[in-house]
Design a protein around this ligand. Sequence first.
Ligand code: NDP
Length: 490
Amino acid sequence: MSTFDSLNPATGAVVATFPVDDDGAVAAAVDRAREAAAWWDGLGFDGRLRRLLAFKHAVVAGLDELARLMREETGKPVDDSRLEVMAAVEHIDWAARNAQRVLRKRSVRPGVLGANLAASVEYQPLGVVGVIGPWNYPVFTPMGSIAYALAAGNAVVFKPSEYSTAVGSWLVEAFHRAVPELPVLQLVTGLGATGSALCRSGVSKLAFTGSTATGKKVMAACAETLTPVVIEAGGKDAAIIAADADVRAAAQDVAFGAWGNAGQTCIGMERAYVEAPVYDEFVAELRRIAGTVTAGPGDADRIGPLTMPSQPSTVLRHIQAALADGGRAVAGGEESVAPPFVKPVILLDVPEDSEAVREETFGPTLTVTRVGSVAEAVEKSNAGVYGLGSAVYSRDLGKAGAIARRVRAGMTSINSVMSFALVPALPFGGTGDSGFGRIHGADGLREFARPHSVARQRFPLPVPVLSFRREAWQVRLMGRLVTLVHGRRR
Ligand code: NDP
């Protein structure tokens, strides 16, 4: 059996070794999951709630241990790791506690033609959900699919990224301790081919989080078996800073959004559009903050290494493209890239058609662009192919809300950065090349359920509408009734 090593990105030390699961191993896991799914569904909302809360407790009890493992395997600072686990815990709790309210059977009005019917809809589990996750938020991100899929009554087969498999394995073991009866949540390990096998394994739905390029491959593989997908892909999120914003607070937020987690955040800030009157102040404050954000392996360093060995070269390419296209660096530059670490970089005057503005960088760089108006900021913000998160800064909340509505993105935070991700009730997802479908919130629960509509005849209609016994005069009679109800303009 072939294996692969998961490495500490700061030191290169082996964290753990895992098997490369082939098609057969993945198929076997999905088979086991089918059995577990039937049992899990049979537990009902209450039985699942109890067990999901036990899982939540297991994660909370192991929070520090898990955070240290995240640090070791992805390089993320321990406090960032702790916060990530806390955010994931809130989602497990919300999904568990709200599943029944959102998914239980409810009656709907039958309408005029269905006046003799009792109509209801119920959200049933899909069966087995495949979850493929990235490494950058190795707990929060996959849990956005796993917790909601489980709460909706499905079993899950989870393939974590090869760069965060030890963290994925910790989560699955914690679940087994809380739910020892059957393998309701299973782990499959390996590289891209294992993920591809999961796409082709006959799961009822595949929830993918990762890059847009891999998302397209996942969709193509799932298309072979008409397996539905949720695609949570990359972003190039922008912050819009209006002239009346609290500029210092905005700079603090945008700096964290851009450079936190070494810029490896799907909803991180990669672009800022700033109205001219506050542009200089915003840039000056950002530069000041950039000087305080150290990148390195120490516990006191604010950002750790880039997790994927190939990523520093992408970041360097984007910095070089920005400079070659006429931009200038006012904090850091090419020299900021010292693999596996990259220090914060601020790029000004980068043309909108530069690769550095159009493509997801996934490193601690930020382009800052002076704009003449909020309308120009919105237009530039919306010009790219992605549409994941966004941030709007203005002291006028009515204006900020109006700007947010015009931003083409799945999510917007106002006078804060990435805050929507902390609210479990808010659906999370994007548009365009950022993907489709939603995790989190009621939409996230319904994403992993099959609406089942039932119309029950309470009594036979005197006019048999859906029958060959129907006569022409009866249809005319029905027409008169419909005209009476719907014929008025209001
Ligand atoms: P990748 O697309 O490289 O990988 C994502 C997952 O897909 C990994 O588990 C990977 O396995 C697996 N995979 C790779 N090839 C295939 C294949 N052919 N078929 C099926 N699965 C495959 O993304 P990263 O892990 O590098 O994550 C970073 C990306 O994720 C960024 O673009 C980021 O924006 C995005 N992201 C989006 C989020 C969102 O919610 N919208 C949240 C977090 C990140 P392996 O690692 O073993 O190759």
